[in-house]
Design a protein around this ligand. Structure first.
Ligand SMILES: CSC[C@@H](O)[C@@H](O)C(=O)COP(=O)(O)O
Ligand SMILES: [Zn+2]
Length: 210
């Protein structure tokens, strides 16, 4: 496959992911951003400000691993959060970011992070083969300074390299995978688990009411 076919193929996958996520209410009002690693080593990423449920081929652009635009378009405002993951994890082929209700609610209910355990669906996450696993999803404070936010995430991943995703408080979540499909599966599993954990928490709180 030549480089332009590769770019077209990855772009089509990101467009499909956007439609899927928008249909589920995870990327409202131009929020979210998506990327995929190209065979050339460059990154295909969404152009900033585009509606992620109605992406077209020219809404996907190329950046280098430092996040610099390679074709004159303006990449996602959160490009650094994507490129830092590609720099860190050689096997990562796609990064997805959503502003999903489950992740935002979870960040309010569990500001110190979530502990996911005893869920069969954990097996949808990379390297997990049993529900008897404990997966920690950190919650970072939101920050408009991408260098500072990226540094905080990187510092965490230095210590917890198996982390499958993270939440940004009041903002959304990031997850990644070897392919766009893998990253989408991780997104779907995490969003489901965020929702379950929030509902479990409110049930427990409700039970405690006089
Ligand atoms: C609609 S506000 C959302 C943005 O501030 C940002 O968080 C986001 O997810 C989308 O930014 P973008 O630059 O389009 O990639
Ligand atoms: Zn965002």
């Amino acid at each position: 496959m030549n480089h332009s076919d590769d770019f077209a193929q990855r772009s089509a996958e990101l467009i499909g992911a956007g439609r899927y996520m928008h249909d589920r209410g995870w990327v409202p009002a131009t929020s979210g951003n998506f990327s995929a690693r190209l065979r050339s080593g460059e990154i295909a990423i969404t152009v900033s400000g585009r509606h992620k449920g109605r992406l077209e081929p020219n809404d996907i652009m190329r950046v280098d691993l430092a996040g610099t635009s390679l074709d004159g378009s303006r990449p996602s405002a959160e490009t650094l959060l994507h490129t830092s993951l590609y720099q860190r994890f050689g096997e990562t082929g796609s990064v997805l970011h959503a502003h999903s209700p489950g992740s935002i609610l979870a960040s309010r209910v569990f500001p110190g992070g979530l502990e996911l355990s005893d869920h069969e669906l954990l097996k949808a996450l990379p390297g997990i083969t049993t529900h008897e696993t404990r997966v920690r999803i950190p919650v970072f404070a939101n920050d408009q300074d991408m260098n500072r936010l990226t540094a905080r995430v990187s510092d965490y991943l230095d210590r917890q390299p198996d982390c499958p995703g993270y939440v940004i408080a009041g903002h959304g979540f990031y997850t990644w995978g070897a392919t766009v499909d893998d990253a989408l599966r991780h997104a779907e599993a995490l969003e489901f688990l965020f929702d379950i954990e929030v509902r479990l928490h409110s049930r427990t709180q409700g039970d405690l009411q006089p």
